[in-house]
Structures are given as structure tokens and as C-alpha cells.
Design a protein around this ligand. Structure first.
Ligand SMILES: Nc1ncnc2c1ncn2[C@@H]1O[C@H](COP(=O)(O)OP(=O)(O)OP(=O)(O)O)[C@@H](O)[C@H]1O
Length: 784
């Protein structure tokens, strides 16, 4: 739809006027910030001038305390005002560049005139503070923009539904405060604008999508009622984008009660963490907390075991095919991550209520103070109907009393006299003073030397017993590694504990392998969630009640255990879980959809599931190619963006591969592509490719330790590239040798779907069987 010159002039004028208002606001706010800064500096400098410090008696002390408190409150109020003003300033500076991106004119039912609603990253009121010059994209009325084309429309507000009609829908391109482009849009949010956004070069940081959020994505972003939101979506369908805008939406919608630190995002790795970390600040919000499951596991278990990193497991699965025990390990990985194994642990924990728990002796200076058998006896003397964690609390209490008794008898031991001898004068005097203070009303008792010795000995022993008390409070007397090991020492037991109808596994071999690793104090990645789960069942869950929203991205990589743990860890949080079953690259998911398990976490009435089928990342030819690599791919809908067909090139040898890559990288760069990824299957292949190419190309090797990436030429293993995207992807080796097993299909698909504009595959020898079913017109075969 064309816009008349008159309208264009009016719109351009409006942009100028709004930018003027923003300028003025920035000016006023800058002054305000400077005043508040001066206040803060002055309060800090003269903090003690306005406080009368007097501790002469209790009344004076209370007054002193009150006056310090009052002064501290003034300071913290000023600091809060400063933080708020600085945040506002940041937002205004963004608005100054790009005040708004869209407009709808909405004629509310019963009204005579349509109201124009301009949408930007934050609201802005006019100079009289009466009318909105810009509406925040998250305001209730703004949802009209994302949900409707011109015509009848309605939106929900906390007070109820508002009906009416959209009479105009318009999009703007404003840069540096100047209107560059505007157009009316009839259908969805401008294919035109989306075309432009998606046609751009890849960024090393994810960008916000507020100007072009699609209707399907908007439903996910604004969902408020569900306890669990499950988003299943094709590669590049905007799952991560929807998650990030949803966080921004929730922070706005619940701004009075929800802080950024009450939102946690679980992501696949550190590289991904840094990739998404700029979206919220770009929208004027603070970042949520970001973590990975491994970080959590290390925090809980780091000191007990040498934990295997998920990427170490991945490398093993991809590379160790020829090693003895490989198939057993694969089977173990699948079992240990399954819902059936969770059932086994649950059953095992049930049995432990009656018998079988293992405890540790409580020892002091290599002497057994309390025997593990005594603890065992005490535990099983308690009411068996009580849950294990409750009984553990009672055991801890009993142990603390026992320790007190032991502590008393310990005071007469020779080591105490030895230590007392060694106390230097100063220490002695200090201890003596402390005791005097404590015993000021019985001063005469200090005349007695024995009494003084006793008191010092008591203090000494108490200090020496402190780690024991701490260990007891932290339930360190439970030998959880021993209890976990015990499960694998009886393979036949596992078969018994299996849920009905579950086929049995090669448990003797799995158990043998597991015990071997556990004895070396190593915990495999597949054992980590199971072990943590067992530990929590014995000790009780360590919950975090502050967190209100948990987001799990790349959720297909999580096992049922991990979901269950995260759910119990954050009992007061709502969950948003996003994933793509076709990108489930971890071994535990080869033949079971653990993503399905997530839906059972909450009641169906509390759960809402969304499906995103449109893929935005890649050009149409790339999506038409990649969707043929996976079953059910025909349901994936490409966004209509043109580009070259993917190429599949056969190279004769390594020298030819190198020449091909070097010349292709140069031509890609000449065509303006800045981020080019050479994707390999494993870290070893990445290293070899890097060594081969480094003298001809300026490239960077990405490994599991890399936490950020810059634009340029990268060599990266496929599993590290998940979640991120590149202008062009060169798949280093698409031969049968690399991708021959069915279980490698998803990794292959994940690697190919990282490409935005161009995708090139190389192979030598025989090509991967995954390409056999791709229709010949979906790609260009070279040299085959
Ligand atoms: N509504 C949108 N407007 C503009 N760009 C979009 C939109 N939705 C998605 N994109 C873009 O598509 C690309 C893929 O999005 P995103 O990474 O969120 O997808 P994903 O589903 O998480 O992908 P994957 O599962 O493959 O990692 C990104 O460049 C993102 O900016």
C-alpha cells in the first residue's frame, strides 16, 4: 500500500517532534543524574557528620543505631533513584536513535475516532504527561500489532477484553532519529521488513526481534497463565528469540514484583550464554541469570567427584567407536538418562527406607568417634513411615548431641594439654579476656587454675570439633557415593526394580563399567543427574524459592532426571521449555524422546504446548534442503527468502579440500559474508582442519573453553555450534566415514541448519547416506 506524500511529511514531522521530546527528556534526566550523583557523593562524604555516635548506655546506643539507619536509608534511596535514572537514560538514548517501529490505529468499540498507537522498546509520554507518544511493545494494546491485520481485532487487559477495529497498520524504519522508510502492511508483520532483517549478515550476538515478532511467537511471549510452557520448534523458528523476548515481556508485565535475578536461563554452554546475553540489555532490561546444568552439578558435587563434562561424553560417543566397551557405554547412557532408570532410583530409595543405607564413621584425629554401624542402627530405629530426609534430620540432631558428649570427654585428652602448652601468650591472654568477659559475674572462679584450664580446653576442643559439627549439619555422614555404588553391585537387583514391561538391559556389563569409574572417583555425565537425584531423595531437595521463572533452551538435550531436578530445585517457578527433537544430539536421546517427559512435569491443565514450524534463519533453498534430512521435515515451512542452493562437492584428497575451502572462503568474503563457519564433527577434526588451514586463512579455532566468538572465519565442532548461526557454513566432511551411523543424523542436521545465507558440504570417498534421499534439485552436486 502506498503512502501519500502528505502522509509521509506528517510522519517525518512526527518523528522529529518525538525525537525533540526525547532530547529534552535526556537533557533533564542528565541534569537529574548529575544532581543525584552529587547528593550521593556528599552523603557518603559526610555520612558520619549527621550521625551522633554514642554508646555510653543502652538508650544512647539505640539512638545511635537509629540515626545510622536513617542516614543509610537516605543514601540507599538516593542510590536507587540514581540507578533508576541511569536506566531511563539508557532507554531514552536508544529511543533517540529509533523511537518506534510500528503503528496501528485502533478504533475501540463505542468510540468515534481511532487512536494511533506507536510501538517502541519503551513507553514515552508527551510533555504534559497526558498522552502516549510511544507505547511499550509489551503494553496490552501493543499485542494488536502482532496479532492482527487491519480489520476487527481485540486485546486483553487485566480489566478484561477490549474489542474494536484496526484501521491502519504501518511499519517504520527510523535510524539516527530520521525516518528512512515507511509502509502500510496488509498481511502479517511485514514480509518486507522481515525480509530485510533476515537478509542481513550474521551477528556474533543475538539481536532482539521486537519489530517483527510473528503471531505464533507472540502467543508464547505473552503467555501468562500456564505453569509450564513447552515450545517445540524447527531449527531457526525463533525459539531462543521467543524465550528472550518473553523474559523481557515478563519483566515488564510484573515489573513491580519480578526482578531480573528471579529469572534463570539454562543454556547449553558458555558460548551460547554469551551469544544471547545482549538481547535484554538491548531492550533496556537487565540480564537474567544464566547457567548450565553442568554448572549446577559442579556446584553440588564438585568436591565429591571428578565430574565428566557433557562435551567429553559427546566426544567419546563420536570418536570411541572402536574402543572396547563402547556399545555398553552407549546402552548405559540411554538407560541412565531414561524415565525407567528414574523409576529404578525411586524404587531403590523406597527400599532404602527399610534397609541398605550406608553411613560414614565420624572420625576425629584418625580415631573413630562414632561408628557408622551406630548411625545405621539409630537411623533404622526411627519410624519407618517418615521420609528418609526427615529421618536424616533426626540423625543429625542425635549426632550433634553425641558429639557434645564426645567433646566433653575429649577435653581431658593429652593432645589438649599439648595444645594448651603451645598457646602463645597473646592467644592465651585473648582467650583469658574472652572468658573473663563471658564470666564477668564469677570473677573469683578464675582464681582457680584448674577451672581456667578447663575453660580454655573446652574452647580448644570446641574449635577442633567445629568441622565435625558442620559435616553433620551438612549430612556428610551419609555415604551417598557408596549407596549409589551399591546399586550397581547387584545387577540382578536392577532388573527387579525395573518398571513392569520394560525390556531388560545388559546390566552385568553396565554395572561393571560403572563400578570401575566410580572406584576411580569419576562420575560420568550420564550418572550425574541420577546421582544428584538419589542424593536429593536421601537428603531432601535444596530448593530456591526466590526464582519465579525458569527457561530451559535446547531442552531436547535434557534427560527426565534433569527436568525433574530443575523442577524440584525451583518449586515456585514457572517453566518455559524450548527444544527441537530433531536436534537431540546427545547419546541418551538416540532412541527416546526425553523432551516428551517434560510435559508430564505438571498437570495438563497447567501446561500449554506450542509448535513453531516456520524457519526464519536460513534462505528458502537451505531450508528446502535441510528439511529433507530428517523425518517429518516436510512440515517445516521456509520463510520466503531467496538464495543459492546448497552445494555438495566431492574432493579428491586433503590438498584439494584445502584449496576448495580457501577459494570458497575468499569468494564468500567478497560477497560480504563476515561470519563463516567451517563445521566439523569432533574437536579433533576441528583441530586438524585448523592446523591445515591456518597458514592460508586467518581463522579461529572454537573449543569447549571458548566463551565468546567474533565475526570472521571459525572452525567449530558441530555440537558447539548449536543454538548459534553463521552467514555461511562449510561442512568440513560430509562423508559416510564421518556421518554414517543413523545416530549421527541429528548432529548432521544441526550442523547444516546453522547456515543463514550459504551452505556448502564437502566430502571425499563416499558421501553420507543422509544425503541419499535429498531430491537432486534441492542442491547442486559438484564432482560426484
Ligand atoms: N520474528 C522474527 N523476526 C526477525 N527475526 C527472527 C524472528 N524469529 C526468528 N528470527 C531470526 O531467526 C534466527 C533463528 O532464531 P532462533 O535462534 O531464535 O531460532 P531457534 O528456533 O532457537 O533455532 P535453533 O533451534 O536452530 O537454535 C535468528 O537470527 C532470529 O533473529
Amino acid at each position: 500500500m502506498s503512502v501519500s506524500d502528505q502522509e509521509w511529511r506528517e510522519e517525518a514531522q512526527r518523528v522529529e517532534q518525538v525525537v525533540d521530546v526525547i532530547h529534552k527528556r535526556i537533557h533533564d534526566l542528565t541534569e537529574q543524574v548529575s544532581d543525584v550523583t552529587t547528593d550521593i557523593v556528599s552523603i557518603r562524604k559526610h555520612f558520619w557528620d549527621d550521625v551522633t555516635v554514642n554508646f555510653e548506655d543502652a538508650i544512647e546506643a539505640v539512638e545511635t543505631y537509629a540515626s545510622i539507619k536513617q542516614q543509610a536509608e537516605v543514601l540507599s534511596e538516593r542510590e536507587r533513584a540514581h540507578r533508576h535514572a541511569v536506566k531511563q537514560l539508557k532507554i531514552l538514548r536508544r529511543l533517540e536513535q529509533n523511537p518506534y517501529f510500528g503503528r496501528i490505529d485502533f478504533l475501540e468499540e463505542g468510540e468515534r475516532q481511532a487512536e494511533p498507537v506507536y510501538l517502541g522498546i519503551a513507553s514515552l509520554l508527551d510533555e504534559q504527561d497526558e498522552a502516549f507518544l510511544i507505547y511499550d511493545w509489551r503494553a496490552p494494546i501493543s499485542s494488536l500489532y502482532y496479532d492482527y491485520t487491519p480489520g476487527p481485532a481485540s486485546y486483553d487487559t487485566p480489566a478484561g477484553r477490549v474489542d474494536g477495529e484496526i484501521t491502519c497498520k504501518r511499519q517504520y524504519k527510523i535510524r539516527d532519529g530520521r525516518l528512512l522508510h515507511l509502509f502500510d502492511t496488509g498481511v502479517t508483520i511485514g514480509d518486507e521488513l522481515l525480509q530485510e532483517v533476515l537478509g542481513k549478515q550474521a551477528d556474533t550476538q543475538m539481536k532482539s526481534i521486537v519489530a517483527t515478532i510473528q503471531k505464533d511467537q507472540n502467543r508464547i511471549i505473552r503467555n501468562e497463565k500456564s505453569r509450564l510452557v513447552v515450545v517445540s520448534g524447527a531449527a531457526g523458528s525463533g525459539k531462543t528469540s521467543a524465550a528472550m523476548q518473553r523474559i523481557a515481556y515478563l519483566l515488564y508485565r510484573y515489573r513491580k514484583t519480578l526482578q531480573a535475578e528471579q529469572v534463570v536461563l539454562f543454556s547449553p554452554n558458555a558460548l551460547f550464554n554469551s551469544y544471547v546475553s545482549t538481547v535484554l540489555p538491548e531492550l533496556g532490561e537487565e540480564n537474567m541469570q544464566q547457567t548450565t546444568f553442568q554448572e549446577y552439578a559442579e556446584h553440588r558435587l564438585g568436591s565429591q567427584f571428578d565430574l565428566e563434562h557433557p562435551l567429553e561424553q559427546m566426544e567419546y560417543v563420536l570418536r570411541a567407536m572402536e574402543e572396547p566397551g563402547y556399545e555398553t557405554r552407549l546402552e548405559a547412557i540411554r538407560w541412565k538418562s531414561s524415565a525407567a532408570f528414574m523409576h529404578i532410583i525411586d524404587q531403590y530409595a523406597e527400599r532404602l527406607k527399610q534397609s541398605g543405607l550406608i553411613f560414614r564413621d565420624i572420625a576425629f584425629q584418625d580415631r573413630k568417634l562414632i561408628d557408622a554401624r551406630q548411625i545405621h542402627e539409630f537411623f533404622y530405629s526411627l519410624d519407618t513411615s517418615l521420609p528418609i530426609p526427615n529421618r536424616m534430620v533426626l540423625v543429625a540432631r542425635w549426632l550433634l548431641t553425641e558429639l557434645k558428649k564426645r567433646e566433653r570427654s575429649e577435653r581431658r585428652k593429652p593432645w589438649v594439654d599439648d595444645e594448651l602448652e603451645l598457646l602463645d601468650k597473646e592467644e592465651f591472654a585473648k582467650a583469658y579476656q574472652q572468658l573473663r568477659r563471658k564470666n564477668q559475674f564469677h570473677e573469683e572462679s578464675f582464681d582457680d587454675f584448674d577451672r581456667e584450664r578447663d575453660l580454655l580446653a573446652a574452647k580448644l576442643v570446641k574449635r577442633a570439633f567445629k568441622p565435625l559439627r558442620l559435616m553433620v549439619r551438612e549430612l556428610g555422614f551419609i555415604d551417598t557415593p557408596g549407596i549409589y555404588r551399591q546399586l550397581f553391585s547387584q545387577p540382578e537387583q536392577i532388573e527387579i526394580l525395573l518398571p513392569d514391561g520394560k525390556r531388560s538391559g545388559n546390566w552385568p556389563a553396565i554395572c561393571e563399567q560403572t563400578l570401575l569409574r566410580l572406584e576411580q572417583n569419576q562420575l560420568s555425565y550420564e550418572d550425574t543427574p541420577a546421582f544428584l537425584y538419589l542424593q536429593e531423595r536421601l537428603e531432601g531437595f535444596q530448593t530456591n524459592n526466590l526464582v519465579r521463572h525458569v527457561f530451559i533452551d535446547e531442552a531436547q538435550d535434557y534427560s527426565p532426571f534433569q527436568f525433574a531436578l530443575i523442577q524440584r530445585l525451583f518449586p515456585r517457578a514457572k517453566m518455559t521449555v524450548l527444544g527441537d527433537w530433531n536436534q537431540a544430539i546427545y547419546a541418551h536421546a538416540f532412541d527416546q524422546d526425553s523432551f516428551e517427559a517434560v510435559a508430564s512435569l505438571y498437570e495438563p491443565a497447567e501446561t500449554e504446548t506450542f509448535l513453531l514450524t516456520k524457519s526464519y534463519r536460513s534462505t528458502r533453498p537451505i531450508v528446502e534442503f535441510t528439511r529433507q534430512l530428517i523425518p517429518g521435515g516436510e512440515r517445516i515451512e521456509p520463510f520466503n527468502r531467496d538464495g543459492l542452493k546448497p552445494s555438495i562437492t566431492r574432493v579428491q584428497d586433503e590438498a584439494a579440500r584445502k584449496d576448495w575451502i580457501c577459494s570458497r572462503v575468499h569468494s564468500l568474503q567478497e560477497n560480504g559474508h563476515q561470519t563463516i563457519a567451517i563445521i566439523t564433527k569432533t574437536a579433533a577434526e576441528a583441530k586438524a582442519a585448523y592446523e591445515q588451514l591456518r597458514d592460508s586463512l586467518a581463522l579461529r579455532l572454537i573449543g569447549s573453553g571458548t566463551i565468546t566468538f567474533e565475526s570472521g572465519i571459525l572452525v567449530i565442532p558441530a555440537y558447539l555450534a548449536k543454538g548459534v548461526e553463521f552467514d555461511a557454513v562449510i561442512l568440513h566432511d560430509a562423508s559416510r566415514e564421518s556421518y554414517g551411523h543413523e545416530r549421527e543424523r541429528k548432529l548432521f542436521y544441526t550442523a547444516c541448519t546453522r547456515a543463514m545465507h550459504e551452505l556448502h558440504l564437502l566430502y571425499s570417498g563416499e558421501v553420507s547416506p543422509f544425503l541419499a534421499d535429498v531430491s537432486p534439485d534441492a542442491c547442486e552436486w559438484i564432482g560426484s
